[in-house]
Design a protein around this ligand. Structure first.
Ligand code: OVV
Length: 398
């Protein structure tokens, strides 16, 4: 486009947001990793990193690779973001340190533990209802289960929960270019965004729930009332589509690897590691971006200040430089160090909640289901950032 590649930087003509690439990214990820530590995408004036070591280094080095200019293609220093920026995701220290502290407390293990019995009961009830029937795994499980637990945990009291998934889809598409996926997601944006805005207010949230508890930090003077509302917006933006995609990935992984389901049946203590393996293997969040705050050397290549850098979490999670047989789904492998939740100061602040939700569902399934049988063809749902299914016809054989 307007700029040109830094000296010595390999150039790629790939559009990483092309629908064919999003549907089947693996050969492209391998090419990007093999090209070098950094690659220049001509189409977007964008640097990419796809190797595990480089992605981890960029995620660790928040002073050089900042988030305050946005974690998508839009550089907030130059272009208007689609909504007021997130004060945790799209922020750097010292603001990020303060807001992160507030959400860390609202989402701490002690807070989340209060929901553990409810999650398990909802999961058990759903599995009983669906056992030995043909089910549409995404609508009936991957969407239905998180929708049955997450909005209540946050404390949403009013109707309109059907707006949550479309809003998440908008937010995750908005990290990419203004392509057809973006346009489609934003076709009905205004009523959806308005509803979300209304749910972020203190009065809209049930006493004692996670969202309402964010406002306790406003009472303490740690954040303003408006900041508390923006942090609830973060919960609502990031908390549902992610777990829906994680649950769908879990179903796909075990439907296509029945031997691995038997490993869980024999030893349910493997569930936690198995969920990490699902995340490593499918990386529901495929990419996040950063912007350089200074000139920085990456190997032989010098990146200028103000350079957007896309970090391919999914490619890092299957980098043969970091993993033995990365394309094998192995619930017993040592998978610590995967970057599906990110890494460093911005690592997913809601992961305790996400894990508890999905592990409760896996435990309920392990108890009752002999095999998650694939009875039709899975369909991919395309998004500029998220990779997951729109459909997976399965039978839970008890
Ligand atoms: C889509 C997304 C992911 C993570 C955090 C947020 C949004 C936020 O709004 O803070």
């Amino acid at each position: 486009m307007s700029q040109s590649a830094p000296d010595g930087c390999p150039v790629s003509n790939l559009d990483p947001f092309d629908e064919a690439v999003l549907r089947d990214p693996y050969v492209h990820h391998a090419e990007l990793r093999d090209a070098g530590s950094v690659v220049w995408f001509d189409k977007y004036d964008l640097i990419g990193m796809a190797r595990h070591g480089d992605v981890r280094e960029a995620l660790s080095n928040w002073e050089t690779y900042c988030s305050g200019r946005g974690v998508g293609l839009t550089d907030f220093a130059k272009e208007e973001p689609w909504r007021p920026p997130s004060i945790i995701l799209e922020a750097d220290p010292p603001l990020h340190t303060r807001t992160r502290g507030v959400l860390s407390r609202a989402l701490s293990a002690a807070e989340i533990d209060r929901f553990s019995d409810t999650f398990r009961q909802k999961a058990d009830a759903l599995v009983s209802e669906l056992l030995n029937r043909d089910v549409e795994g995404i609508a009936d499980i991957a969407e239905a289960y998180p929708l049955s637990v997450f909005p209540d945990a946050v404390g949403l009291v009013s109707s309109g929960r059907e707006n949550l998934l479309p809003y998440g889809s908008m937010a995750f598409n908005a990290f990419g270019p203004r392509n057809a996926l973006f346009e489609e997601a934003f076709a009905n944006a205004q009523p959806v965004a308005e509803w979300i805005g209304a749910q972020c207010q203190r009065e809209a949230l049930a006493e004692g729930c996670i969202g309402r508890n964010v406002f306790l930090s406003a009472d303490d003077g740690e954040v303003s009332e408006d900041e508390a509302a923006l942090l609830v917006r973060s919960l609502l933006t990031a908390g549902l589509d992610t777990t829906v995609h994680g649950t769908g990935a879990m179903l796909l992984a075990f439907a296509s690897h029945p031997d691995q389901w038997q490993v869980l049946k024999e030893d349910p203590r493997v569930i936690r590691n198995a969920f990490n393996e699902v995340l490593r293997f499918y990386s529901p969040v495929q990419t996040f971006m950063r912007t350089t705050t200074r000139e920085v050397n990456v190997g032989e290549v010098i990146l200028p200040e103000g350079q957007k850098v896309v970090l391919f979490l999914a490619a890092a999670n299957r980098d043969p430089r970091a993993w033995d047989n990365p394309d094998d789904f192995d619930v017993r492998r040592r998978n610590v160090g995967h970057v599906a939740f990110g890494h460093g100061i911005h690592v997913c602040v809601g992961q305790t909640l996400a894990r508890m939700e999905i592990q409760a569902l896996i435990a309920a399934l392990v108890d009752r289901v002999e095999q998650i049988e694939l009875v039709g063809h899975p369909q991919w749902r395309l998004n500029n950032t998220l990779r997951g299914l729109s459909q997976i016809p399965i039978r839970l054989r008890g």
